[in-house]
Each structure stands twice: as structure tokens, then as C-alpha cells.
Design a protein around this ligand. Structure first.
Ligand SMILES: NC(=O)c1ccc[n+]([C@@H]2O[C@H](COP(=O)([O-])OP(=O)(O)OC[C@H]3O[C@@H](n4cnc5c(N)ncnc54)[C@H](O)[C@@H]3O)[C@@H](O)[C@H]2O)c1
Length: 415
């Protein structure tokens, strides 16, 4: 009831009664309603503005398939080979998403790449563990990948003999996770990082792709199992697959922006090039050559050293030539074996340091002689190794090592 007149019973004048509510109550209530209305209008306004902003309506460039651009998921892209591959892909105008758990890689390498390729939609980094199938599935559902280069792995032969389960889990089981995610989300091209360690120690050299795979350490076995899983899956799938079996990878970006920076705690399992540079810098007292009684010309192990720049070139060629319903398997090596003694001598020349060498007993899990026959990849992918001068590859890598004594940490120049 609205009462404009003065009510006899009213004790307080100047009050307007409205439906049992007096005017001051009404004013308070109106103030409250006003505030609510204001807040609601502001919220609506914000939503309209957000909806009109390009970032709201336009999904992330990584979540849609772009015309004329191939989006590659690079697992392990913060690592040595993955970072070099990412640089090459970005240079060749691919879109790249790196997924890495940084267990072995370096965020510093990702930062270098981000600084080199700052444009939107070029490179994104996602921190995730490939062992976490739920996280992997989420990444695949939020991003529109066209292809996967699966580099991520633990990759030390010696370590694999000490921690085999870790290797089977990280390599074999995680490859299964990736493959399942690819199948579930319709990603049709896979380039898989395999290794000459899957061949074991064949009687006959050089190794061709038809050489029987009889791996002799958990690292090689875990990679072979991954290959088997991929090949079995491919029999009933239209996925285009390339399996690249690398020989021993050395070198770094010739322009000196990226390098190999393994974690200090992995030194004892490390690869020969890392050990050589550590010895040249005086971080370790010298080189330990394990095994001098192998059936090779000078008694030390013989390996086929492939420069990382050549290796990533093989990946790009493989990506371009991958065909649906086919699995291409290729050795990636120079076709030439060099002994550890030859390697040490090239390293001494490249670094200019007379590295001390200690000769020890064999290391379990090592094989005497391994070198590739790279004919198939030359004929089918038109790829050959160009950086075949060991000393020159080591010199390029040494340049980066010298200016990055602290890896991807703050730049420190050694004399
Ligand atoms: N370096 C060689 O001589 C050589 C030879 C043959 C094959 N390969 C293969 O090449 C690939 C790359 O090797 P690399 O030398 O660059 O090694 P790397 O250790 O430098 O890089 C591996 C990367 O994978 C990441 N990673 C490992 N486990 C992961 C996980 N569960 N989830 C997410 N990220 C993970 C690491 O953090 C690292 O950044 C590996 O598959 C390796 O087996 C290397």
C-alpha cells in the first residue's frame, strides 16, 4: 500500500510508507539493488568485451589446423637432438609444440628457440611427462597436431644396464602412450627416434636395415620393443610412419646457438663427445677409454658418428616423404666407422688440448664395431651425410662448449 498522507499512528514524520516498508528501508534496498544491477551490467559488459577481443573468439593458433602450415609435436624438444630438430623445423616454416619434462633437457635451449622465433603461432612449450597418459591425452585434445617427432627418451646404454625398468617404462611404455594418443586424436604421421643399439652386435658390417635386430642391452631392447609396437599398430592403420635408426650423434648447430648440454650427474654414463669436451675444459681429469681388446684395428670400439645437423635433415626429409599405411625404416649414419682412438685424436685437434687418456677394461653392454650402410636412405629419401669430417664437427661443437661452460646456464667463456 502506498500512503502519501501522514498517518496518525506515525511517530516519525517525513516518512513514506510503501507496501509495509518505510522510505528509508526502501532507499537502502534500492541502493543494494542498484549495486547488484551495476555489478551485473559490468559483468555483461566484460563478457561482451572479452567476446569481441580477438583472443577470446580466436582459438590458439596451436589448436586449429592452419592452411599450408604443418604443426609438429616434438617430444623431448628441450634435449640435444630435439632442440636442433625444432630449430630446423621452425626455419622451414613448420609450427612446433615441444613437450618435455625437463628431466634431461634444458629450458635454456627452448628460450634460445623462442628468441629466434618469437612470432605468434610458431613455437610453444608444454611441460609434461609422457608417462602421464591423462596429461598427454589433454595435450592432444587441446592442440591440432599434424605430425609427431618422438625424441623424448632416456638414452644411455650404461645407465640402461643399471636401471632397466626405467628404460622400459620411459621408452617402450611412453611410446605406447604417444601412439594411443595419436590414434585417438587422428594424428597421422610419426617420425620415431630409434637407434643402432637395436641391432646389437651383428657379425657382418656394415649394418643394413635388414640386419637382424638382436639388441644386447635394455636401451636397445626397449627401443626395439617400441619399434615392434609401432609396426604392429601400423598393420591396421593408415598412419604414415618413419623409423630412423641413428648411429652415434655428435656436433652442434654450426651457427653456435644450440649445443649438447647433458646434466652433470649424467657424466659418468655420458657419451664420448661430452666426455672429450669435459676433459678439454678440465672438468674431468682425462678420458677413460673402456676396452682396448675388441676385435678392431686398434682394439678400441668402432662407431659411426653422425653430425646432428645431418640427422635433423634426415628427419625433415622423412617427414616430407612419409606415406599413409607405410612404415619406412632407415639407418642414419655416415657409413664409415671410426675407432675411439681416432675420435680422441680428432677431439684433441679440435679443442687444441692434449687430453689425458686412460685405458680401462670393457664396459658391460658395449659392442665392438658398429657402422651403417646408409644406401637405403640415400636412394629413397635422397639424404646423405654432409658433415663427415669428425674433427670439423667436433670443432663446431667445441665452439659452443667453450662459450657455454655452464651449459644453458649463464654464459661463461672458458679460455
Ligand atoms: N644422442 C645419440 O647419440 C642418440 C643415438 C641414437 C638414438 N638417440 C635417440 O634420440 C633421442 C633424443 O636423444 P638426445 O641425445 O637428444 O637425448 P637428450 O637426453 O638430450 O634429450 C631427451 C629429451 O627427452 C626428455 N624426456 C625424457 N623423458 C621424458 C618424459 N618421460 N617426458 C617428457 N620428456 C622426456 C628429456 O628431458 C630431454 O629433454 C632419444 O630417443 C634417443 O634414444 C640418440
Amino acid at each position: 500500500m502506498l500512503n502519501f498522507g501522514r498517518n496518525r499512528n506515525q511517530t516519525r514524520p517525513n516518512r513514506l510508507s510503501l507496501g509495509g516498508m518505510d522510505y528509508s528501508d526502501l532507499k537502502r534496498k534500492n541502493g543494494y539493488v542498484g549495486k547488484v544491477l551495476l555489478a551485473a551490467s559490468l559483468t555483461v559488459l566484460c563478457i561482451i568485451m572479452l567476446k569481441q577481443s580477438p583472443n577470446f573468439n580466436t582459438p590458439s593458433m596451436f589448436s586449429v589446423h592452419g592452411t599450408g602450415v604443418t604443426h609438429v609435436l616434438v617430444t623431448g624438444g628441450a634435449g640435444y637432438i630435439g632442440s636442433h630438430a625444432t630449430m630446423r623445423l621452425l626455419r622451414d616454416k613448420y609450427r612446433v609444440t615441444i613437450v618435455d619434462n625437463l628431466s634431461r633437457g634444458n629450458l635454456g635451449a627452448v628460450k634460445v628457440l623462442q628468441e629466434m622465433f618469437p612470432d605468434p603461432g610458431k613455437l610453444q612449450f608444454i611441460y609434461a611427462d609422457l608417462g602421464d597418459a591423462k596429461a598427454v591425452n589433454k595435450i592432444f585434445s587441446e592442440n591440432a597436431f599434424d605430425a609427431v617427432m618422438h625424441f623424448a627418451a632416456v638414452a644411455y646404454v650404461g645407465e640402461s644396464t643399471l636401471e632397466p625398468l626405467r628404460y622400459y617404462h620411459n621408452i617402450t611404455s611412453n611410446t605406447l602412450v604417444i601412439l594411443e594418443a595419436m590414434a585417438a586424436h587422428g594424428v597421422k604421421t610419426l617420425i620415431y627416434s630409434s637407434t643402432c643399439a637395436t641391432y646389437g652386435e651383428p657379425e657382418k658390417m656394415p649394418i643394413t636395415e635388414d640386419t637382424q635386430q638382436l639388441p644386447i642391452n635394455p636401451y636397445g631392447k626397449a627401443k626395439k620393443m617400441s619399434e615392434d609396437i609401432i609396426r604392429d599398430f601400423s598393420k591396421n592403420s593408415d598412419m604414415a610412419v618413419m623409423i630412423l635408426r641413428y648411429f652415434n650423434v655428435i656436433g652442434s648447430d654450426p651457427d653456435g646457438r644450440l649445443g649438447e648440454a647433458p646434466r652433470p650427474e649424467l657424466r659418468e654414463h655420458g657419451r664420448i663427445s661430452g666426455a672429450c669436451f669435459d676433459a678439454a675444459r678440465g672438468i674431468i681429469p682425462g678420458l677413460k677409454v673402456k676396452g682396448t681388446d675388441y676385435k678392431t684395428a686398434d682394439g678400441t670400439c668402432v662407431r659411426d658418428y653422425i653430425d646432428v645437423t645431418d640427422l635433423v635433415d634426415a628427419h625433415v626429409k622423412a617427414l616430407k616423404k612419409a606415406q599413409p599405411r607405410k612404415v619406412g625404416i632407415y639407418n642414419v649414419g655416415t657409413g664409415k666407422g671410426r675407432s675411439v682412438k681416432e675420435f680422441v685424436s680428432a677431439c684433441q685437434k679440435a679443442t687444441g688440448v692434449n687430453i689425458k687418456v686412460e685405458y680401462l677394461d670393457r664396459r658391460p653392454g658395449d659392442y665392438a664395431e658398429v657402422y651403417s650402410d646408409p644406401t637405403k636412405i640415400r636412394l629413397e629419401l635422397n639424404w646423405t651425410a654432409k658433415y663427415t669430417n669428425l674433427e670439423e664437427s667436433l670443432r663446431m661443437a667445441w665452439r659452443w662448449q667453450k662459450t657455454h661452460a655452464n651449459g644453458y646456464g649463464p654464459v661463461m667463456v672458458t679460455s
